[in-house]
Ligand binder design. Sequence first.
Ligand SMILES: O=C(O)c1cc(C(=O)O)c2c(n1)C(=O)C(=O)c1cc(C(=O)O)[nH]c1-2
Ligand SMILES: [Ca+2]
Length: 688
Amino acid sequence: AEVKPTATAAPAAVPSGPVDAARLIAADREPGSWLSTGRNYSEQRYSPLAAVNKSNVAQLGLAWSYKLDVDRATEATPIVVDGVMLVTSAFSIVTALDPRDGHELWKFDPKVRRDLDRDGCCDAANRGVAVWQNKVYVGAYDGRLIALDLKTGAKLWETDTIVDHKRSYTISGAPRVVKGKVIIGNGGAELGVRGYIGAYDAETGALAWRFYTVPGDPSRPAENAAMEMARKTWFGDQYYKLGGGGTVWDSMAYDPELDLLYIGTGNGSSWNRKVRSEGKGDNLFLSSIVALRPDSGEYVWHYQTTPGETWDFTATQSIILADLKIEGQTRKVLMQAPKNGFFYVVDRVTGKLISAEKFVTVNWASKVDLASGRPVESPDGDWTSQPKLVFPGPLGAHNWQPMSYSPQTGLVYIPAQQAPYLYVPDNAQRYSGRGRWHTGSAPLAVPENNKELQGIAGLYKGQLLAWDPVAQKVAWSQDYAAIWNGGTLATAGNLVFQGTADGRFVAYAADKGDKLWETPANTGVMAGPMSYEIDGVQYVSVAAGWGGALPLAAGALAAPGTRADARILTYKLGGTASLPAPKTAVALPPPPPLTAKPAVVAKGRDLYNEHCGVCHGASAIGGGVLPDLRKLTPEKHQIFAGIVAGAYIDKGMPSLMDVLKPEDVEAIHQYLIARAQDLHREAAAGSP
Ligand SMILES: O=C(O)c1cc(C(=O)O)c2c(n1)C(=O)C(=O)c1cc(C(=O)O)[nH]c1-2
Ligand SMILES: [Ca+2]
């Protein structure tokens, strides 16, 4: 049975002095801890522990599990420090557990208003906490940065990081702490925001500095020299109204020797440069890695992966620092495998590109020119005049699921995917208010006809790639039928761990890639695993659970039948705890009769895809997280209009009556009835 909280367990290991700069910089000297989200400032996600290794990994078993509160986006990497595990679930709830048996020590719920989920593109995710001295820091989805007491979970301070609440800003990323400052960005570039990152005093929460990633109102002076430079790469005055984008919603890394903080910036807002910047200009600092001084937020250098970004190609994916031997010289590099499909090795002292090679199928660019550091774009990627199927698409060749690097093998383990997208231009689109997407690309609609759908889904595949960053090629790979597989962990036991979209947790040999062990997780798994040691026992742990961009927006492309059942799953050699039984599928309720005229259903379809599809799935195909609206019960059909008007606000269903008229709601309802009929017919014919 699942481990239940017990009051009898003795206190865990004694703290060895609070977490400070010295401990974070020397994180590798305490192999049993996992002090920050990427384990060290280099964000390598490499555990030096080797008690679990290639020869005994087959004996791994579940040590304990802990049920998380919300069965939505489960994306956090747990931290283990001084005998406490700290983890977050969706809606930014922080839980402290005893890492030996999973019993709950405390829990803090920031009580994020559930209907604010409409402010984000991709589910109410939270990727974890940071720790400094006696405090734990979480960036809440509604934009508050909150400090908690490490021992009790009591709130010590909170500060509002959002500059403009009329815009859709959210926080999904994990904070980092550098020299007593808590650093956090935010998201929202699908919904019209201007990206920035801020640093806050760890003791008091006072703002120390803020760095905008894209220029602001062109009629006003630029904030600093970097914005002055950036402004020259933008055209017209639409970008400011549209937000501009460049959100810093996930990755960062820090080099204490160079004293440089590296941040990854996101896509344009809107995606479409024609709408945003008259179709011209590099649009700095979109889709870039920017090096800043952590004390002041001062700009040092940038490398832009996708100049003039037009595809939702973020450079927010994992940034890993390492020292690599390249052509006989040891180079201080940073590495990134962003959405755009190229693997970048950049000199982290100067920001100069060392190499960039495709790691998946890419058709928007033929290559990256090494001398200029710029991609050579291909006409196949330009969708702003006519629809184009572009490889990769907005889900990315690699998304937020963290990659890892093993200094032992010299390989980078990338949760990669082939995920093309049919971009359809909507060049007239304008900013239309908080809580509304405006990408300059028509809303996603997948074919409702099963044959066509299978054709598109057939292009999607997941891969675990062991990438050699020096040779710039794949050393080994593992193929998955589905995309959206989990982040990776490399260990000194010559192992790589990864959860899968189809509900497994797997270990591979880090050097050769052979599968050594797997176990069911009874849920899709996306988050990055981690490892720690306590009382001489090595554990491997993962926040297992499903959600985020893919299952919400494009359930049709998710692994069939994947469930969302959020739990911390922790393994050790000889573990004998049993995994709670999987959630059972509910029987399909009968659809009401379809009485509406085809024109009403067609209108409902367009309205659905515009206003509902990004959460409940394009073409009403659910991805196993939020309700699949083809499966509404007779009772829900009865109160449908009430639900759209806010009856389920506390469950996370906002009112949409600011954008829909009652007859629109009725048209959407009729479309859903038509889709329920389709589903029934497919089920009767025996197809999924
Ligand atoms: O542009 C942005 O501000 C922004 C924010 C986020 C986010 O905060 O989670 C995502 C994305 N973009 C995005 O493009 C994306 O693919 C994505 C996936 C996820 C997720 O948690 O599954 N978040 C985000
Ligand atoms: Ca985005």
